[in-house]
Design a protein around this ligand. Structure first.
Ligand code: HEC
Length: 101
């Protein structure tokens, strides 16, 4: 039952992801938007993390996933906190951010 549910959630993520590739997944709004902006729209601390526009031209989804899990693995002085996500959410957010070219 749990497996079936997880499968359904994953399938939904994939289908929604394909249909709306340009839209941010809800997990981005929840966990990233506070400190970042896209297209000039950001959260209350967007000045901290800055815009993510064009970031996909510099880094691929795998790199972004590693950054999210441990920013210090990419940059000793990183101020961005580790963000713990489920594998599905990590994929969704990394695919989205890496599509910002
Ligand atoms: C508490 C604030 C905060 C949150 C939450 C946050 N970030 Fe960041 N992020 C930063 C800061 C600050 C930087 C600038 C580099 C540094 O000091 O770590 C950054 C840098 C980045 C970079 C650029 C790295 C580079 O070297 O080019 C990416 C990509 C990124 N964040 C993605 C994300 C994603 C995706 C999420 C959500 C899962 C997220 N951030 C959540 C603060 C945050």
């Amino acid at each position: 039952m749990v497996r079936a549910l997880a499968g359904a959630v994953l399938l939904t993520t994939v289908v929604v992801g394909m249909a709306r590739a340009a839209d941010a997944p809800p997990i981005y709004d929840k966990k990233c938007k506070t400190c970042h902006s896209v297209g000039g729209v950001g959260g209350p601390m967007a000045k901290n993390g800055g815009p993510l526009d064009g970031i996909g031209a510099k880094h691929d989804a795998a790199w972004i996933k590693e950054l999210i899990a441990d920013p210090k693995s990419k940059n000793d002085k990183a101020k961005m906190p580790k963000v713990t996500l489920s594998p599905e959410d990590a994929d969704a957010v990394a695919n989205y951010v890496s599509s910002l070219k």
